[in-house]
Structures are given as structure tokens and as C-alpha cells.
Design a protein around this ligand. Structure first.
Ligand SMILES: [Zn+2]
Ligand SMILES: [Zn+2]
Length: 132
């Protein structure tokens, strides 16, 4: 379903048809992506800083492209810091260690939630017996 939205990138009203930004911004982003991809092809060891300097594309956008895995198919690996510990990584948001930590934390939280649920189940059953 198409609906009228403000483009989060340029603020203009546009008809949303599945894209997150307006057609002009989609085009601009594709253009920037080409520029960055060409630059990276010529500078295989480029850091994010060098890409920003060399292409004029904003760092935020370059990082977003890398995180979206736009350059993986070109075989180019660009390193950027893990969001948690700053360890250099080439894909995703977190390094292996931090993402493992995260998985464990989630598992632990889930286990705690289950335990809490079991406990409340038990007291619920006790209450039912008392009321009998
Ligand atoms: Zn826009
Ligand atoms: Zn990390």
C-alpha cells in the first residue's frame, strides 16, 4: 500500500512504495554507492576514513553500506570497529566475541524468564489448592 510520507533523508513528502526514502534519495544513494564501489575497487585497502575523503560520501552512509554487506560480493573487506568493544570487523555490527556474548545474554534472559514463569505457575497452583 502506497502512503504519503516524509522522506527521512531529505524531509520531502513522497509516495511510499516500499522504499524507505524518496525516489530522489534512492537515486542519490545508488549514485553514491557506485562512487564508493568504484573508489573501493581502485583502493582495495582503503579505510573508511579514506573512502570518505576520496568520495565525499558521508561516513555514516559509507558505514551503512558496508554493514548492509554491499561490498562483500566485490571481495573487498573494509574493516570498521565493533559497536561494543571496538575490535575491527568486516561484517555485521558486532565482532564474533560480542555477538556470542549477546547470544548468551539472550539465552540467559530467556532462561530467567522461564524460571520466573515456572515460579508464578507454582504459586498459582498453590493458591488454587488453598482456595479449594
Ligand atoms: Zn528524500
Ligand atoms: Zn566486539
Amino acid at each position: 500500500m502506497a502512503s504519503l510520507k516524509n522522506c527521512p533523508s531529505c524531509g520531502k513528502l513522497y509516495l511510499e512504495t516500499g522504499r524507505k526514502v524518496c525516489p530522489a534519495c534512492v537515486e542519490a544513494e545508488e549514485e553514491m554507492e557506485n562512487v564508493v564501489r568504484n573508489f573501493v575497487r581502485d583502493h582495495k585497502k582503503a579505510t573508511i576514513h579514506e573512502i570518505v575523503q576520496g568520495t565525499g560520501v558521508k561516513e555514516r552512509i559509507v558505514i551503512r553500506m558496508i554493514k548492509a554487506g554491499r561490498f562483500i560480493e566485490t571481495g573487498i573487506k573494509i574493516e570498521y570497529p565493533c559497536e561494543k568493544c571496538g575490535h575491527m570487523i568486516t561484517r555485521g555490527k558486532l565482532c564474533e566475541k560480542c555477538s556470542n556474548d549477546l547470544v548468551q545474554q539472550v539465552a540467559k534472559a530467556a532462561a530467567n524468564a522461564n524460571r520466573r514463569l515456572e515460579r508464578s505457575d507454582r504459586s498459582h497452583t498453590l493458591n488454587m489448592m488453598k482456595n479449594r
